[in-house]
Write a protein that binds this ligand. Structure first.
Ligand code: PMP
Length: 414
């Protein structure tokens, strides 16, 4: 594989791939072609080393210790928060809340923001292309509180119906929650314009950045997002850690979600006074090594450069589209002009899972099924897709293998 890497002027792929030990694995006696980055990304040695180093030399609890290693790791954890702040271009470190991941961040906002600002008869707006993690917290909130869930439809090519959006943003809308990049279609939504529109009607916006942060430069102040959430594990960092960015003006007013140790200033049985931001939203001992590892992952991406990553991945997407779209019976699901490196397809008369299994036998790891977007699958009238999702360490040579393996699978299933 190494010798057949096709070079791009943009990235030193050989050096990058050497940084990711798992990429040199074999699967089913074939060199692994890992194209399931939308589900989770592989980790560079720098991140793996940071975790090992933490457990070998730094392990201690944060924020409450007077002893040396506790103080040192508290500093390291808070420095990691600043790295996330700088990566997202947030105004303050205390606008960055460490969570378990995207799902956890959205649940926090649904429970806390929802409790404070949304009541019976109010509306929450989502879109038809949302991941279940950006539907169910709102659906459950509406069921419990009498609010109404509204949905922006998706066009055939896989973009948001912006005309419909205008009419769905009403006086009753108390929050619009939408994805920055669709995990199933790859569509990059015009979130800046959408946020401007929502704000012109006084409606705050939560952006699910789970599939954007690994691929694009994100500037929450430029977007003017009220909330922006993502997961560490999809951005080359550890599992079990994620981020909620929230504007100070909202977070200051929101009640704690989970409560317990670490969230307080003073507790008596009569009353508890909660801590200031960000600790008010970080109950219990957090994923300390996860936060530190996430910062290392973001540094790793920044060392390559987010713009170069985006440009290179676009090259991969264009190449994959050209190579695979000519396979007889193949239909691309998600044909927006502005797409991240997600290539979803179906093949006439064949079940996505069968194709995925045959690809696996050839060493190619893709995701098949509904991708936690069942309403979107219903929209297209399909049970699922085959999804190849590329990261900056993937190569055109791997796309050639995907193409050959797909053709072989199609032949076997025909
Ligand atoms: N939103 C999107 C767009 C996603 O792709 C995913 C993961 N597939 C999630 C939310 C949920 O992320 P997590 O499981 O890390 O909480």
């Amino acid at each position: 594989m190494e010798s057949s890497l096709k070079h791009t002027a943009l990235l030193d792929l050989e050096a990058i791939r050497r940084d990711f030990p798992l990429l040199s694995r074999k699967v089913n006696n074939k060199p692994l072609v890992y194209l399931d980055n939308g589900a989770t990304t592989q980790k560079p040695t720098a991140v793996i080393d940071a975790l090992t180093h933490y457990y070998s030399y730094q392990n201690s609890n944060i924020h409450r210790g007077v002893h040396r290693i506790s103080q040192d790791i508290t500093v390291a954890y808070e420095k990691a928060r600043e790295t996330v702040q700088q990566h997202l271009h947030a105004a303050y470190p205390h606008e960055i809340i460490f969570t378990k991941g995207t799902t956890d961040s959205i649940c926090l906002v649904a429970h806390s923001f929802g409790k404070k600002y949304i009541t019976a008869g109010d509306e929450i707006l989502v879109t038809e292309m949302e991941h279940h993690s950006n539907i169910l917290p709102w659906q459950q909130f509406c069921e419990d509180n009498g609010a109404v869930l509204k949905v922006v439809p998706v066009t055939e090519e896989g973009t948001l119906d912006l005309k419909a959006l205008e009419t769905l943003l009403t006086k009753k809308t108390k929050l619009f929650a939408l994805t920055h990049v669709s995990n199933t279609l790859g569509t990059i939504n015009p979130v800046k314009e959408i946020i401007t529109l929502a704000h012109s009607k006084g409606i705050p916006v939560l952006v699910d950045g789970a599939q954007a942060v690994p691929h694009l430069a994100v500037n929450v102040q430029e977007l003017d997002a009220d909330f922006y959430v993502f997961s560490g594990h999809k951005s080359f960092g550890p599992t079990g850690v994620g981020i909620l960015y929230g504007k100070e003006k909202w977070l200051q007013q929101m009640p704690p979600y989970q409560v317990g140790g670490g969230t307080i200033k003073r507790v008596t049985f009569a009353k508890t006074e909660y801590a200031d931001l960000p600790l008010r939203f970080e109950a219990g001992t957090p994923n300390i090594e996860g936060g530190i590892g996430l910062a290392v992952a973001l540094d790793y991406m920044n060392n390559i450069g987010m713009d170069r990553i985006a440009e290179y991945e676009n090259e991969l997407l264009v190449y994959a589209t050209k190579q695979l779209s000519v396979i007889p019976g193949l239909r691309i699901i998600g044909q927006a002009k502005n797409k991240a490196s997600v290539f979803s397809f179906v093949i006439d008369g064949m079940h996505p899972n069968d194709i995925g299994t045959l690809l696996d036998q050839q060493g190619v790891a893709v995701r098949t099924g509904h991708h936690c977007t069942q309403p979107l699958m219903d929209r297209y009238g399909i049970p699922g897709t085959v999804r190849a999702s590329f990261a900056f360490y993937n190569t055109k040579a791997e796309i050639d293998i995907l193409e050959t393996a797909t053709r072989k699978a199609v032949k076997m299933l025909a």
